[in-house]
Design a protein around this ligand. Structure first.
Ligand SMILES: Cc1cc2nc3c(=O)[nH]c(=O)nc-3n(C[C@H](O)[C@H](O)[C@H](O)COP(=O)(O)OP(=O)(O)OC[C@H]3O[C@@H](n4cnc5c(N)ncnc54)[C@H](O)[C@@H]3O)c2cc1C
Length: 321
């Protein structure tokens, strides 16, 4: 019998028998209950996008996420739209909203007024961020503004008793002096009163797990929730990654290679890539996920399903969270 030989010269059978193995990935069960989820949306610019957002919200609502968050455009450019979207989530849905708020281009008094408006509208959770300069360029704090997210967290705590989440960067924020300085900054945000960090997206499980190790070593004990970007459009994911310093592994490009003209296969590949990522994290004990939905429900819904989350209203199905 002929043994097929690997490049290293080992017969394939011997290689299979002696190389590293993974046991099966977990499915929902006693040792792996359904994780807690949160979903992120952006405020729509047009009526068509508004309809798309609300289709997405309605589709994901039965999954009973812990909260859903709505972004705040660069430099506060979506202030009114973010407020309108969050207020409608409060009044028209069973969901718990979190409003993103940034420091850029506004005085402390202006930011405080926006936060008070949220509190009065029934919003109790803020994702507190520094934000970026609209159109790019070096960040310069507003002379009368909150300079960094840690200052904003402290300011929000003076406005009202908000639950506050902040941003974290497994591959280090692009403008940080060093990974250590960036972790010190994360700790400052938590010490100032935030209770949870949500990471920017990443593609390698190892990247996130090593970040957790470093955060723990830096004395951080608050939950750090992985931000998951379900990739449905590889070119768009590469552009977004360039902006926030996320590494795009070669394998991800290979996964989507040749699928540009084949949407059905691309959707299948997208679901498998995202499912592998979250299940590997789940297998490593991660039980909370934040999804960057890009206002599209299907991929996020499918991944949530794979993670064991089922609609809360279905008879016999337990709600996630
Ligand atoms: C989950 C999540 C949600 C987001 N939502 C939005 C959104 O809705 N709208 C939006 O515009 N952007 C959003 N962003 C992007 C975010 O605004 C940018 O990444 C921004 O560049 C940094 O924001 P931050 O809150 O992390 O800033 P900070 O925590 O303030 O940190 C910014 C940088 O400054 C450094 N730094 C902090 N303090 C100091 C100091 N005292 N002196 C010197 N350097 C310091 C930090 O190390 C870091 O490099 C989001 C990011 C994430 C991860």
């Amino acid at each position: 019998m002929n043994h097929p030989r690997s490049p290293e010269g080992l017969p394939a059978l011997q290689r299979w028998l002696t190389s590293a193995r993974f046991s099966a990935l977990p499915a929902r069960g006693a040792s792996h209950p359904a994780p807690l989820l949160s979903f992120e949306f952006f405020p729509p610019r047009t009526e068509a996008l508004e309809a798309q957002l609300w289709h997405c919200i309605r589709r994901l609502e039965p999954l009973a996420p812990r909260f859903v968050s709505v972004t705040y455009g660069a430099g506060g450019s979506t202030q009114a739209r973010t407020h309108a979207t969050v207020s409608r989530i409060v009044s028209d849905t069973t969901l718990t909203p979190a409003a993103h708020l940034t420091c850029v281009g506004a005085t402390r008094a202006e930011v405080d007024a926006v936060a008070r408006g949220y509190w009065e509208a029934g919003v109790r959770h803020i994702v507190a961020l520094r934000g970026d300069v609209p159109g790019g360029g070096a960040y310069v704090p507003h002379p009368d503004g909150y300079a960094y997210a840690a200052d904003l967290v402290a300011g929000l705590r003076r406005v009202a008793d908000f639950e506050i989440s902040v941003a974290a960067y497994p591959e280090t924020h692009v403008a940080a002096l060093s990974p250590g300085a960036d972790l010190d900054n994360l700790k400052r945000k938590l010490d100032a009163g935030a209770t949870r960090a949500i990471t920017t997206f990443f593609f390698e499980t190892e990247t996130f797990l090593r970040f957790l190790d470093r955060a723990l070593a830096a004395g951080i004990t608050a939950p750090i929730v992985p931000g998951i970007l379900p990739v449905s459009n590889f070119a768009q994911a590469v552009r977004m990654s360039e902006m926030n310093g996320t590494s795009v592994p070669d394998w991800l490009g290979h996964m989507f290679e040749g699928t540009d003209e084949d949407p059905e296969i691309r959707r299948m590949v997208a679901a498998i890539v995202a499912a592998e990522q979250v299940r590997l994290l789940q297998a490593n004990g991660i039980d909370e996920f934040h999804f960057y939905t890009l206002n599209r429900a299907e991929l996020t819904y499918a991944i949530a399903h794979i993670l064991g989350v089922r609609p809360a209203h279905r008879p016999g199905a337990a709600a996630a969270g």
